[in-house]
Design a binder for this molecule. Structure first.
Ligand SMILES: NC(=O)c1ccc[n+]([C@@H]2O[C@H](COP(=O)([O-])OP(=O)(O)OC[C@H]3O[C@@H](n4cnc5c(N)ncnc54)[C@H](O)[C@@H]3O)[C@@H](O)[C@H]2O)c1
Length: 479
């Protein structure tokens, strides 16, 4: 089947960049990205390309090239479903927060809503592609919903038919455009060979055919969950090794290099940090844990659950280290937090370790000054307020949420360090590597500590400076 019109439901971190790259690589295609959020669509259509809803290196240029040529953002759901030959479902799949499976299983209500709308509005034969990360066998649910309209006795809907594919997205935020343009692989799962061929045809416009893997539907759905579980497990593994280094005098950079040089292990994802964040790792592992329990595999569930448990404990342990170094109390102490996004080169703060760490520091009574080059004040405030209200809000100081003393957003980094008790690097933004640490060491208090939880600074510089230095995975250095 020749594809001319594509529709993507969901203009988020996946839908936006993925469709931008498809439109860029296949200029014969009409690509319509739709969303229920008018604000998100308005942001995608903003003339000022610095105000797009998502920051990703390289994204702006593609939007400039393709928007309103063969790439369109709108809220016209019915019209775009009607005209589509192929529809990507790229909506959010958060963790359920109530009812059976709460805190573990995927909340599929947005996916279900998409299936209902497609079922209602689609015309002719339509290929439905699961782009969202979904529990294994979700395609079956989608198929049941889609066919309900066709099978309805009261309606004459013999003119529509569907085939379902799974095509999970493996992009990483911060490098999304590069990952989409030069993917390690593209995975397409399905049972209908004709539809698989149509989707392969699109990707093969820019991806080497050897890198396009086709599987059955369930292998494809499962592979995405497993891929994220493996990556998160690696982060927890290397963070656990960092603690062994701290205790023994070994150095995490050296250990990572030594083990990563073994081609069986590989060098990627061996950087210690404050714990994994982002919208996917935790929710996808918890979903996997839920599936394992459902399929009667409690030991397998417990194996993967530990990856998440360790990640939470690791962040708590960082707080303990900070409090200990600052003489056991943070009350009224000025602490500068450098970085709020969950990693560099993205403005995404979902599940960022900074949320937990900043909230805990506030709970200890610290006065925070928070900086991030791409995350704005409103977003930071919202994340911390949400965290506090969903957790133990009764344990936080009464004046929260934020007055000027307990919390400040920092626009002017140069003038923020005066009399600080501590500086904590939580995101590995390039600009933090290049700060003038000599000057900063003269502004902070004499007893101040710098905590480098990302291991981005050269430890040797601090030997000569008037600043206590702690770096993840190394033994700490007081001056
Ligand atoms: N963010 C990532 O790095 C990443 C990477 C790979 C896969 N994924 C997966 O991709 C999926 C989407 O993730 P995301 O980060 O893009 O989410 P997101 O929250 O950024 O975007 C989802 C969008 O879908 C819209 N939406 C929800 N229901 C809708 C409906 N019925 N009709 C139209 N629009 C609707 C929302 O308004 C939102 O704008 C998730 O399953 C996620 O696990 C995410």
């Amino acid at each position: 089947m020749k594809i001319n019109n594509i529709c993507c439901i969901g203009a988020g971190y996946v839908g936006g960049p993925t469709m931008a790259v498809i439109a860029d690589k296949c200029n014969y295609l009409n690509v319509n990205v739709i969303d229920i959020s008018q604000k998100r669509i308005d942001d995608w259509n903003n003339d000022d390309l610095d105000k797009l809803p998502i920051f990703e290196p390289g994204l702006k240029d593609i939007i400039k090239r393709r928007r309103n040529k063969n790439l369109f953002f709108s809220t016209l759901i019915k019209e775009n479903i009607e005209s589509a030959d192929l529809i990507f479902i790229s909506v959010n799949t958060p963790t359920k927060n109530k009812g059976i499976g709460a805190g573990m299983a995927s909340d599929l209500r947005f996916v279900e809503e998409c299936a209902r709308q497609i079922s209602k509005y689609a015309i002719g034969h339509t290929i439905i592609v699961e782009k969202s990360t979904l529990p294994v066998r979700t395609a079956q649910t989608i198929e049941t919903i889609l066919n309900s309209e066709i099978n309805s006795k009261n309606k004459r809907n013999h003119l529509k038919s569907f085939s379902i594919l799974s095509n999970p997205e493996f992009l990483a935020e911060g490098t999304a455009i590069n990952d989409l343009e030069k993917p390690d692989r593209v995975l397409i799962g399905g049972h209908d060979q004709e539809s698989i061929k149509s989707l392969v045809e699109i990707y093969s416009q820019w991806v080497d055919i050897d890198k396009i893997i086709t599987t059955n539907l369930w292998s494809s759905e499962l592979s995405k969950l497993i891929s994220n579980a493996f990556l998160a497990q690696r982060v927890s593994s290397i963070n656990s090794v960092a603690l062994i280094c701290q205790a023994t005098g070994a150095n995490i950079e050296e250990v990572s290099k030594a083990i990563g040089s073994d081609s069986r292990i590989g060098k990627h994802f061996l950087k210690a940090g404050p714990g994994f964040g982002g919208s996917c790792f935790k929710k996808d592992i918890l979903n996997l844990v839920y599936l394992c329990t459902y399929f009667g595999l409690p030991e397998v569930a417990s194996f993967w659950k530990n990856v998440v448990t360790f990640n939470s404990w690791h962040k708590e342990n960082l707080i303990k280290i900070i409090v200990h170094k600052l003489f056991g109390t943070l009350v009224d102490k000025k602490i500068i937090i450098l970085g709020f996004s969950f990693k560099s080169n993205t403005n995404d703060t979902r599940e960022s370790p900074s949320i937990f760490i900043a909230s805990q520091l506030l709970k200890e009574g610290a006065n925070l000054v928070i900086h991030d080059p791409k995350v704005n004040e409103i977003q930071i405030k919202k994340e911390i307020e949400n965290f506090i209200s969903e957790n133990d809000h009764q344990n936080y100081p009464k004046e929260l949420p934020f007055n000027n003393n307990s919390w400040q957003f920092c626009n002017d980094l140069d003038n923020s360090f005066n009399d600080a008790h501590a500086v904590i690097i939580l995101t590995e933004w390039e600009e933090y590597k290049n700060l003038d640490w000599r000057k900063i060491s003269e502004k902070v208090l004499n007893t101040a500590w710098l905590f480098d939880t990302r291991g981005i600074l050269n430890k040797n510089i601090f030997k000569e400076l008037n600043l206590n230095f702690w770096q993840i995975g190394t033994s700490s250095e007081s001056k």
